[in-house]
Each structure stands twice: as structure tokens, then as C-alpha cells.
Design a protein. Structure first.
Length: 255
């Protein structure tokens, strides 16, 4: 029902930085979210025009709790809900969880064929990051949410997105790897888990974005996404560092 677990990663010639080189990109400003009022606004939007963002917000409230804050573009953007936001939630030691809300406003290009249904799939995205990089993380998620619609590209778990520049100035990481958020939702592979939303014609998946190095991209292309995730999980059994943008690679640089 949820489509293939992994797609073979395909590095595009276009990078995220290139696709977002447009005057439409607005600076995001962190603001407090009055969640009760926000929920009623989103419910009204769904009743008025079918915007599914209220389902996503309801899912987050049940799954992650009340957001600590959020970020919102100044103007409406391609493919995104008029109510699009990046929300922040408590994470674990050393990191926060940042998640999009409203990226699922539009069906992912070509996903109707891939999922073999009448309505395709829609995505929201989350990323673990240190609080000191909150602005950079919100801006990155804002760009990622627009990417499939600006580049007309189908993204899936296993996809690799070149950023075109380091994720932060002090980092050598220049790629994002798409997976499922199994570290946030232990029941992800069970029927109707919190990480997935299915309401009528709306099938919404929440994807976890992992910043990775070029050496890890090479490893994935050679051995596959599952082999990479095994290496990543072996590290995480020792210490969790997916939020650290200057971490050591999960695989041998020579691979």
C-alpha cells in the first residue's frame, strides 16, 4: 500500500541550491505556535478547499506533542500549502526534531504511477538538528519541501539529494539521504503507524532526512541503501549522532 521501501538513488545534475536560486525564496522567522488556534484555522482550510495540512498537524500533536515553535515563509510557495510551516519539537540529548507541515499539499510528481493508485503520495519531512542551527535547518526544510515541484522530480525513501553546498559552513556534508523516521516511530512498519497518514484520497508519508557525506553516497550506490543503514545503525547503537553535521562518516572513506 505504501509503495516500494527504497528507490535506487539517482544523483541529479541539478542541486538543491540551483533549484532554489529564485526570488521566490523568503527568509523564515521563528515564531511561537498557538496550536489550538492553528488547528482550527487548518480545519477551516480543509473544509474550504481540501487542504490536508490539518491531518498532518493532528498527526504531529498525537505523535510528537505540542511544537515548541515554528517558521513560516512570508509568501505562498510552489506546491506548498498556504499554511506551510516548519515546526520544532523536543528531540533527544543534543538535538531537536524539525518537521515540515504543509509540504503534502500537492501530490509528488509521477507518484501515481509508482504507487499504482489513483492519488499518488504526498510527503512531509523531518530532520534532527542541534538547536544552534535552527535557522539553517528551517531554511533547508523549506527548500526540500519545494524541491519536487520546482524540479518536477519524484523523491522516495532511498533518494539522495545533492545540496550543492555544505549543509553548514563548518561541515563537509553536501547531500541528504531520504529514509523513514523509524528512530522517531518504532511502529513505523506496523499498520497505520503515526508516521503515515491515510485519509480518503490523501496518502501522506513522513520522511526522515539524513545529512550524508560524498563517501557515503558512493557506498550507497555501490552496496545499496539497506547496507548503508546497517552501518548507520551500528554507530547509533554506540551513540546517536545523525544530528551532528560534523560527525565522522558511517562508512570507510575508501569505499
Amino acid at each position: 500500500m505504501y509503495g516500494p521501501k527504497y528507490s535506487f538513488p539517482n544523483l541529479l545534475e541539478i542541486t538543491l541550491a540551483m533549484s532554489m536560486n529564485t526570488p521566490a525564496l523568503q527568509k523564515l522567522t521563528m515564531t511561537a505556535i498557538p496550536y489550538e488556534q492553528q488547528f482550527h484555522i487548518l480545519a477551516d482550510a480543509h473544509n474550504a478547499n481540501g487542504d490536508p495540512t490539518v491531518f498532518v498537524f493532528d498527526n504531529y500533536l498525537r505523535w510528537k506533542g505540542v511544537p515548541r515553535g515554528g517558521a513560516r515563509p512570508a509568501d505562498e510557495q510552489v506546491g506548498l500549502s498556504p499554511h506551510f510551516s516548519v515546526l520544532s519539537f523536543p528531540g533527544g540529548p543534543g538535538f531537536q526534531v524539525y518537521a515540515t507541515m504543509g509540504a503534502s499539499y500537492t501530490t509528488i510528481p509521477d507518484s501515481i504511477k509508482s504507487f499504482d493508485n489513483d492519488y499518488g503520495v504526498r510527503y512531509e519531512y523531518l530532520l534532527h538538528s542541534e538547536a544552534r542551527y535552527e535557522d539553517e535547518t528551517a531554511d533547508l526544510l523549506f527548500k526540500v519541501a519545494q524541491f519536487p515541484f520546482r524540479a518536477q522530480v519524484e523523491v522516495q525513501p532511498g533518494y539522495i539529494l545533492p545540496l550543492g553546498e555544505p549543509i553548514i559552513e563548518a561541515s563537509g556534508i553536501e547531500f541528504l539521504y531520504y529514509s523513514y523516521p523509524y528512530l522517531d516511530d518504532k511502529r513505523l512498519n506496523e499498520t497505520q503507524p503515526w508516521g503515515q497518514i491515510e485519509r480518503g484520497k490523501y496518502l501522506i508519508h513522513i520522511l526522515w532526512l539524513l545529512p550524508i557525506y560524498r563517501s557515503e553516497v558512493s557506498y550507497i550506490r555501490r552496496y545499496g541503501p539497506e547496507a548503508f543503514e546497517e552501518q548507520m545503525q551500528a554507530r547509533h547503537q554506540i551513540r546517536y549522532d545523525a544530528f551532528d553535521f560534523t560527525r565522522l562518516p558511517y562508512v570507510n572513506v575508501e569505499c
